[in-house]
Design a protein around this ligand. Structure first.
Ligand code: SF4
Ligand code: SF4
Length: 695
């Protein structure tokens, strides 16, 4: 091929228009007529299906999701367009990105081909575009082929789901083949065009290559190949458009809106049981019992799910064999929604959510760890839905038996352990001297230690809390406490759906907190941290112990002995400290500042941490999987070869230590609270050597 003179170019443009589908009838219809009929049909079907599908949203309850539009746009850019979450699964992520961006370029091409039916030659817009389009088509083609191979032969485990009877790979395969057919028909259309007429050098290299195979065909045959490829391409593109609202590829249209409308509240904050301005006591119905008790955004989540299975892949309940798969929940919800509003039939009523096949055991198996939400590339939310459903179950008295006792204890005694209210001081050092001063209203309280139930009533958790308070003592950081007034923060009561009980506990704590007016609140329990930050209404700084210990080490208020054995430790990120509370790095900095201590990370660390089984009320529930989550987590820690597994939550400590004992793993892997570990490496005699160090 060579470059053309301007006269030659003019002739070729004329000749190319002559070979355009706009100039030749097909199936007895002229190009413009056939295209118009196809478009009217396709857009008619598409509009109706879209109307019916999105009409579902009008049946959901209200939700406010249009606040902070600029922030939402930036968020959509990062998570919707750049899709940074895709790369947490690198192979699938790269494939998805190639197909996504390639498809955007090819969309322009498809639009031009629609116009070609009216205006001959309009699809030939220059060599640069032709190159880009070919590069995109080739990349998408190869990505689709590899994706097909992966689904058929490699079969990543997350594509199947033991709680979903239907296998969803079939639809994905059909769509991949559909895309390949679109690419193939376009390439054939162009190749036949080039075989009919020489193209300018460099234009459409793929078509140029393919046209070699068509040599030897007569002009009439080539024209028929060109026309049939063209119309096949347009039918496939319009057919795909019609199909989108019917299948899982609806996400092609809904992913960006769903990301834009995603929850922008802090991760640990729960949806309120009552709307703003409404009192909880005045609610006619608490929580979600039927499908359309959910709000419109919850329903949009159902419609948007891509079936990718990342949520279920990350779910600790699913991993350990419990009857809970977040993906299955969403797809069952979607199926129920479609059943109650079919495309071509009349709308049905408001079905009970259990008709979807989702089980009560599944509902109660969720630890609210948030791993599913962290993994979902289209920001589908779970915890709020589950808590709303639990609220309804609580309201109608459908409470799992093993939860009834701890809930009663919370109500009567203010702690889930059923212990009588404390009389003796819970935080004494080895000389029986209190490590915290009793906070008194009207006196300056300074920083206040909020212990929460575990540290007050559970002996092992109390030891860990005492270790922290000893560190505070060594660092000369005075802390007050209202241990005799404290009741449980109510964090888990709320997440198990007992909103009324939570509000009662919160109000009791808030009344003494308000009268004491501390500068800040310090906690050792991440559930307490989350409750005080997001469930309570007073505006107080709340810190977790690890943040302070890291600071004390940095400032030299705690000095660590160099004469210790070298040790490798791993760290288990508690869900409500890390994923929910965003506290990851202070712990890492703290550990790396300790001499002769090496941190070896588990594969699932930071926001990918694996829940140990959950806090507070979860302790009283028998897990429904074949294996306990804590045992699963211990196995991950063992793989690192660490000598010691550290954590920073009393419930993680209890769960993991108990799992180590019951699996006889103690001699292989010790479990300790991070404050206990730091205390074991601090040299008390050196602690205050630094001059000028004051509390
Ligand atoms: S919050 Fe955790 S336990 Fe619950 S469904 Fe999600 S991943 Fe599973
Ligand atoms: S909810 Fe999100 S992560 Fe789970 S399958 Fe659907 S799109 Fe994937």
């Amino acid at each position: 091929m060579r470059g053309f003179s301007s006269d030659e170019k003019g002739f070729l443009r004329w000749a190319s228009m002559n070979h355009s589908p706009s100039a030749h009838p097909f199936l007895g219809l002229s190009g413009p007529w056939l295209q118009t009929i196809l478009m009217v049909l396709a857009f008619g079907i598409f509009s109706w299906t879209l109307y019916r599908r999105l009409g579902l949203l009008r049946r959901g309850k209200r939700a406010k999701r249009l606040d902070r539009p600029l922030h939402r746009m930036a968020w959509t850019w990062v998570y919707g367009i750049l899709q940074i979450r895709q790369f947490k699964y690198p192979v699938a992520g790269v494939l998805h990105m190639i197909i996504f961006f390639g498809f955007l370029l090819l969309l322009l091409r498809s639009c031009l081909l629609m116009l070609e039916a009216y205006f001959g030659g309009v699809s030939e817009v220059g060599a640069v575009y032709a190159w880009m389009k070919d590069a995109a088509a080739l990349a998408v083609f190869l990505a689709c082929l590899f994706a097909l191979f992966r689904r058929v032969f490699l079969r990543p485990s997350r594509y199947s789901d033991r709680l979903l009877p239907e296998h969803h790979s079939g639809e994905a395969l059909v769509i991949l083949i559909w895309i390949l057919a679109i690419l193939g028909s376009d390439a054939m259309f162009e190749a036949a065009g080039q075989a009919l007429l020489p193209a300018e050098e460099g234009a459409s290299p793929v078509a140029a290559g393919l046209s070699g195979y068509l040599e030897g065909m007569g002009q009439a045959t080539l024209l028929q190949v060109r026309l049939s490829s063209f119309w096949l391409h347009n039918v496939l593109v319009l057919g795909l458009l019609c199909y989108l609202p019917l299948g899982k590829h609806f996400h092609v249209l809904l992913a960006l809106p769903n990301v834009f409308l995603a929850n922008q509240e802090p991760k640990g904050k729960l949806r309120e049981a009552a709307e703003a301005g409404q009192a909880f006591e005045d609610l006619e119905q608490v929580g979600v019992g039927k499908l359309f008790d959910l709000n419109w955004k919850d329903l949009l989540d159902f419609l948007t799910c891509t079936h990718c299975g990342r949520c279920t892949d990350q779910c600790p309940a699913y991993a350990t064999g419990a009857p809970l798969s977040p993906r299955a929940f969403t797809l069952q919800g979607r199926k129920l929604a479609y059943k109650s509003q079919p495309i071509w039939k009349q709308t049905n009523g408001n079905p009970d959510f259990w008709e979807s096949g989702f089980s009560r055991d599944g509902l109660w198996s969720c630890t609210t760890c948030g791993a599913c939400e962290e993994a979902c590339p289209v920001m589908i939310e779970y915890v709020d839905k589950f808590v709303d459903m639990r609220r309804f179950q609580m309201e109608i008295g459908e409470v799992p038996e093993e939860l009834q006792k701890p809930l009663q204890s919370l109500e009567r005694r203010g702690n889930p352990f059923g212990k009588a209210r404390l009389r003796a001081h819970p935080f004494l050092n080895s000389e029986k001297v209190p490590l915290v001063s009793d906070a008194v209203a009207g006196e300056s309280v300074g920083d206040l230690y909020f212990a929460d139930s575990a540290a007050l009533y559970e002996p092992r958790a109390n030891q860990a809390a005492v270790a922290f308070l000893e560190l505070a003592h060594l660092a000369e950081h005075p802390l007050g406490s209202a241990w005799s007034k404290e009741v449980d923060s109510g964090h888990d009561a709320r997440r198990f759906g007992e909103e009324g009980l939570f509000q009662e506990l919160r109000d009791r704590n808030q009344s003494w907190l308000t009268s004491l007016q501390p500068n800040s609140v310090v906690v050792t329990d991440p559930h307490g941290l989350n409750a005080l930050k997001y469930d309570y209404s007073q505006d107080l700084p709340v810190l977790h112990a690890v943040e302070l210990v890291e600071l004390w080490l940095q400032e030299g208020r705690l000095q660590v002995s160099n004469h210790q054995e070298s040790i490798q430790v791993s760290f288990h990120d508690p869900c409500y400290l890390g994923r929910r509370g965003g506290i990851f790095e202070p712990v890492r900095r703290l550990i790396s500042s300790l001499p002769k201590v090496e941190l070896v990370e588990m594969e699932r660390n930071r926001s990918w941490s694996f829940c140990c089984g959950g806090g507070s009320l979860n302790l009283f529930r028998e897990e429904l999987g074949q294996q306990r989550m804590a045992q699963y987590r211990l196995a991950m820690a063992l793989e690192t070869g660490a000598d010691l597994l550290l954590t920073a939550c009393p419930y993680c400590l209890l769960n993991l230590e108990d799992a180590a004992k019951s699996s006889n793993l103690q001699s292989w892997l010790g479990v300790q609270d991070i404050c206990e570990f730091v205390l074991s490496r601090v040299s008390p005699e050196n602690t205050h050597e630094k001059e000028g160090v004051k509390a």
